[in-house]
Design a protein around this ligand. Structure first.
Ligand SMILES: [Ca+2]
Length: 215
């Protein structure tokens, strides 16, 4: 009996050890599966998307600081206008060429420097910014001596859906070397201000752009 009981106890102990071993093996397997799942989660597209968004925001902040911003078109150093507002060097245009007219008298402005250079024959302008309402001020001045009067330079432009057809800088400003500012209120809903230019007679030109949030 004693031997039989010991033998039975021994068998039970064996069985317990085996069950324990199976249990451990099960635990190990489960843990490995979780580790594997965790690794898969870490490489899901969601993480990649977040990284891409962060990268985009960093680039935008460096090149395109948030409004209010004032951008000089054409060759220029950064400067401060007569009202104490800083102007950035050119950015955001697609296509076009530069012209530097040098220092000269410009009527109808406290800051002639805005009109001493230009970009012309550009296709478009784009500036990333938070959605919302903005006042956009477009600065024009006719400096080219090849433009002799009304009708010599005519173009159209579209500011975030608002169309300006048959625009003639000479007519709007009242002659050459006179500043004219077109003020447009727009609502941006796609994360960027978009302006397109379409030539009709000669090339479109522009001297500066202000983007001001509506208070
Ligand atoms: Ca837009």
């Amino acid at each position: 009996m004693k031997t039989t009981k010991n033998s039975l106890l021994c068998n039970i102990a064996h069985l317990a050890l085996l069950l324990g071993a199976f249990a451990l093996a099960g635990c190990t397997t489960t843990q490995q599966e979780r580790v594997g799942g965790g690794a898969d989660t870490a490489t899901t597209p969601t993480s990649t998307t977040i990284v891409q968004q962060t990268t985009t925001i960093t680039v935008d902040t460096n090149q395109f600081p948030p409004p209010p911003v004032r951008i000089k078109a054409g060759p220029s150093e950064p400067f401060v206008d007569a009202d104490g507002n800083p102007w950035l060097t050119e950015r955001g245009f697609v296509g076009g060429n530069w012209m530097d007219w040098g220092e000269r008298e410009i009527a109808n402005t406290k800051t002639p420097r805005i009109y001493w250079s230009e970009i012309y024959s550009m296709e478009s302008f784009s500036y990333p910014l938070p959605n919302g309402k903005y006042i956009v001020k477009l600065h024009f001045c006719e400096n080219y001596d090849g433009i002799m009067g009304p009708g010599d330079r005519v173009f159209s432009f579209n500011v975030e859906g608002r169309e300006f057809k048959d625009f003639d800088v000479w007519v709007k400003a009242g002659g050459p070397q006179k500043a004219y500012v077109e003020t447009v209120e727009v609502e941006v809903t796609d994360g960027k201000l978009d302006i397109t230019f379409t030539p009709q007679v000669e090339n479109p030109e522009i001297n500066g752009i202000e983007i001001l949030p509506v208070q």
